[in-house]
Design a protein around this ligand. Structure first.
Ligand SMILES: Cc1ncc(COP(=O)(O)O)c(C=O)c1O
Length: 442
């Protein structure tokens, strides 16, 4: 069955009677006029359609736990939606922990990941009652044990491992050792277990965690990931007599940014994982564990679009035509970071013929601030509203104030209604952390 991550546009996208693009029953031009641009627009139906697809696809495995990877897009409203959908949260910083907590999220349904968690972050996690902490390295094991001791707590932990599988879109490599900043190499697991057993009495090892990549288009990697982890669980059981009953498979399912992308459906991933669990529990003679997954991009990516207003333009003699917009690498650093490509339309001209090859540039003082290179669009005029699809994941969450540009607002649309979920930053907020020492005031 097809799922929303396999389409470029949010599921409610259509051209309305005004001849404009509409999402969630809201005319994008009216949204741009009401809230100004740049503007992130999130379609609630698309978000909920993805969470429902995940729940439905995995329903035959009752020990499944869905955790939304908050790093993809984290606001208090998203926490509310995830709670309503029965999802937990995968958190990876003190800021994400604090946001979940202040949104009233049930902290016993949250996990904490990350390769360099600080004492303060770990303490916040322990004090607020995070369910499980995925430990990344030896340094963290010692730090967390100290935190747990100081707070008189026993903390459930997973060991994050690098299973020797790496997958980024089309590339898939299996190696004995992975050159990664994350997690324990398979050869380091035994040493970690020895230390936990002998020294870290406030840590309770309950399972293993891995995350094999992002924007994944293949099923086989998930099958193999389950196999590698289950093999380790069996080995640990035989060697140490420890029964690990929890496995976290991470996130990674891809979305369709452009026609070139061919992401698979949530149902295909679920079938592969459930099948691999069945085969490998039988093969290794272990109990069926509690299995977590942490999808981020596939839940929120397709649901979000960014609206910009066209400003200045430049025709390089015998060269490219550049069209500048009122945002850029500060609201979406993905194109300049890793040449990410997007599908673009003019929200007030969806029916016009695409006659012009144009490069959409941002407004930042950086030649690399290009949002889309050589895209074929109708002729753009100043004031047109340009819509970038699939900016819901890793857009706002990676945004910056580069050039002291304000962070845009975000609205949630549904059934003709639009609600602000993030206010546009103000100049006052931009300066509120700045301090002038007295000696500079003289
Ligand atoms: C540990 C972990 N889990 C989950 C995710 C979410 O991945 P995605 O957004 O590709 O689903 C990430 C992303 O980097 C991650 O590092």
């Amino acid at each position: 069955m097809k799922t929303a991550n396999q389409d470029i546009k949010p599921i409610t996208t259509r051209i309305n009677d005004n001849g404009n693009i509409e999402i969630g029953g809201c005319d994008l031009i009216e949204l741009a006029n009401k809230y100004a641009t740049p503007l992130y627009v999130f379609d609630e139906e698309t978000i909920r359609s993805m969470t429902k697809s995940y729940k439905d696809a995995f329903k035959s495995y009752p020990n499944m736990r869905m955790m939304f990877a908050s790093k993809a897009f984290m606001t208090k409203s998203i926490c509310k939606i995830m709670a309503q959908e029965g999802f937990g949260l995968d958190l990876c910083s003190g800021g994400e922990i604090y946001t979940a907590y202040s949104a009233g999220f049930d902290m016993s349904k949250t996990l904490f990941n990350g390769n360099n968690k600080s004492y303060e972050e770990l303490e916040l996690a322990v004090k607020l009652g995070i369910e499980t902490i995925s430990c990344d390295n030896f340094f963290e094991l010692a730090l967390l044990n100290n935190v747990a001791m100081a707070n008189d707590k026993q903390v459930n932990i997973l060991l994050r491992i690098t299973p020797g599988i790496e997958c980024h879109t089309h590339e898939y490599i299996q190696t004995g050792h992975l050159d990664s900043k994350f997690g324990f190499d398979l050869t380091q697991i035994d040493e970690a277990i020895e230390i936990i057993k002998d020294e870290y009495k406030n840590l309770k090892l309950i399972g293993l965690h891995a995350h094999i990549g992002s924007q994944i288009f293949e099923k086989q990697v998930y099958f193999d990931e389950v196999e590698v982890i289950f093999k380790e669980i069996k080995r640990i059981k035989d060697k140490f007599g420890i029964n690990l009953n929890t496995v976290n498979l991470g996130g990674g399912l891809g979305i369709k940014y452009t026609e070139k992308d061919k992401p698979i459906s949530v149902y295909e991933i679920a079938e592969t994982i459930i099948n691999s669990i069945k085969i490998n529990t039988e093969k290794y003679g272990i109990e069926k564990p509690i299995v977590y997954i942490e999808p981020g991009r596939s839940i929120i990516g397709t649901a979000g679009v960014t609206l910009y207003t066209a400003g200045s333009s430049k025709q390089v003699p015998n060269g490219r035509r550049y069209q500048a917009v009122d945002g850029g690498m500060s609201d979406n650093p993905r194109p300049s970071l890793y040449q990410a490509e997007y599908t673009v339309e003019i929200a007030n001209k969806p029916n016009e013929t695409e006659t012009e090859l144009v490069t959409i540039s941002g407004k930042h003082c950086e030649s690399g601030d290009i949002l889309a290179k050589d895209v074929l669009l109708p002729v753009i005029e100043e004031g047109d509203v340009i819509c970038f699809y699939d900016t819901g994941a890793y857009g706002y969450s990676m945004s910056t104030n580069y050039n002291r540009v304000l962070k845009p607002a975000a609205v949630l649309v549904n059934n003709g209604k639009s609600d602000i979920i993030i206010n546009r930053q103000t100049y006052e907020q931009l300066c509120e952390s700045d301090v002038i020492p007295d000696r500079l005031n003289g």
